[in-house]
Ligand binder design. Sequence first.
Ligand SMILES: Nc1ncnc2c1ncn2[C@@H]1O[C@H](COP(=O)(O)OP(=O)(O)OP(=O)(O)O)[C@@H](O)[C@H]1O
Ligand SMILES: [Mg+2]
Length: 248
Amino acid sequence: MSPAPPVVRLVGAGRRFGGHRALADVDLTVRQGERVAVLGPSGAGKSTLLALLNGAWPATSGVVEVLGEDLGALSHGRRRLVQRRIGLVSQRLDLIDQVRVLHNVNAGRLGRWPTWRALMSLTLARPDAEVRDALERVGLGWAASERTERLSGGERQRVAIARLLVQQPELVLADEPVSSLDPGRAEEILGLLRVASAGSALVLSLHQPELAQEHCTRAIGLLGGEIVFDLPVDQLDPARLTALYALS
Ligand SMILES: Nc1ncnc2c1ncn2[C@@H]1O[C@H](COP(=O)(O)OP(=O)(O)OP(=O)(O)O)[C@@H](O)[C@H]1O
Ligand SMILES: [Mg+2]
């Protein structure tokens, strides 16, 4: 069987900020179906790596290919088209507080709709089947018509994942999606991220190796902007993790 197509391909990718090297010469291929945890101490370059993958920052060296496109070679407009195919989960969630939950979920699919349809959908008074289904999958079937600001932190997180479900992304990127959550909620959100990335690929940064072992297929150790290991999660051993975090 031929391997699944690459969703991400970095070749010698690096990023400098002035004289500071945040990411050095990274080679990385992620294929459809993989769930990759990026581990490493503070300042290791995890957010920088994710920012290169979502096209937020250009690499200062090497090649960053995402969904078959060389991001560095694209016009701004073409890069935006690739970004629409990427599902992003940020710690800020980027929800609009003043609107109903269904409209925040609906926002996930505006990018794949023609303008007229996107504009029409902003006036939806009730969730259609797709939005309702996404909300039910995250346990928020009851909340479609609530104002988003009335929801708890955990519920808001699930709204962001429902938005991701209707976006149908071809790659999901999440920078520390569970760092501010209690253990139970972290488990729940990682489970939902797995659902939302089924059929595509997931790359996320984490500070908890045990969650990587449970929810991911592969773990990458970053230290000082370099990949120091890249392993299937069942080969992650305590010695390697201690070295990763102790050397920082
Ligand atoms: N916009 C920026 N300007 C200057 N330096 C930056 C910028 N962003 C990141 N850096 C530097 O690049 C390095 C890597 O930062 P990055 O944010 O990628 O680390 P991280 O692994 O995500 O850390 P954390 O676990 O604290 O989130 C750090 O030394 C950081 O100070
Ligand atoms: Mg970070």
